[in-house]
Ligand binder design. Structure first.
Ligand SMILES: [Zn+2]
Length: 180
C-alpha cells in the first residue's frame, strides 16, 4: 500500500491554509526609530519642520510612516508640501478621536510625486505614471483617503484614486490620510 496518497489531501489542506492565512495577514506596524529615520531620509521637503515632524512620533503617526515606507519601497520619490506643524488645524475633517486622516493629529501628509530623486522635478498630473501612483497610493497599509487639489484634481485622477478620493482645497497637492 502506498501511504503517500493518504497524506496528499492533508498536504493540500496545509498549503491552502498557509496561502489563506498569508492573504489575510494585516499590515504590521513597525514603530522602530530606524524605520522612521529611513522614511525621513528618503522624502523631499519644502520646509525644515516637515522632516522634524516625520521623525517625531508625537507629530506623525506610525501608520502614516508605514504607508510612506510602502510608497518609497515601490520606487516613488515624494516631495512634501505640508506635514503637521506647517498645516492648519484640520480636526474638522474627522472630529472623532483619534481623528484619523487629519494632519493636526499626525495621520496625514500633503505631497507631490517627483519623476526622479530631485526636488522640484514634479510629475505631470496628466500622465499614466501619475494615475498609477494614485492606484498604488490606495493600496498603502493603513490607507484611509486621497485628497486631490489644484492640478491633481481631474476626472481621470479621481477615478484612478478610487473610492477614497475627494476634492481637496488649497494649492497643487495630493493628500494622503491614514487610519488605525
Ligand atoms: Zn492634506
Amino acid at each position: 500500500m502506498d501511504l503517500s496518497n493518504l497524506f496528499k489531501p492533508f498536504i493540500w489542506l496545509e498549503k491552502f491554509a498557509r496561502t489563506y492565512s498569508y492573504s489575510k495577514t494585516l499590515p504590521t506596524l513597525d514603530g522602530s526609530a530606524e524605520t522612521r529615520a529611513w522614511v525621513a531620509a528618503r522624502l523631499f521637503y519644502q520646509d525644515s519642520t516637515q522632516k522634524t515632524d516625520i521623525l517625531n512620533p508625537e507629530k506623525t503617526q506610525t501608520q502614516l510612516i508605514a504607508a510612506l515606507q510602502y510608497l518609497i519601497k515601490k520606487g516613488y520619490f515624494l516631495e512634501v508640501t505640508a506635514a503637521n506643524s506647517d498645516h492648519h488645524d484640520d480636526t474638522d475633517l474627522n472630529p472623532t478621536a483619534p481623528y484619523c486622516g487629519t494632519h493636526h493629529h499626525g495621520w496625514a501628509l500633503d505631497f507631490w510625486p517627483l519623476n526622479t530623486a530631485k526636488s522640484g522635478d514634479y510629475m505631470d498630473a496628466g500622465i499614466h505614471n501619475f494615475r498609477q501612483f494614485l492606484v498604488d497610493l490606495a493600496q498603502c497599509p493603513f490607507y484611509m483617503q486621497t485628497g486631490l487639489a489644484g492640478e491633481a484634481y481631474t476626472a481621470a485622477n479621481m477615478t484612478a484614486a478610487g473610492n477614497g478620493a475627494f476634492q481637496d482645497d488649497g494649492g497643487d497637492h495630493i493628500h494622503i490620510g491614514t487610519q488605525q
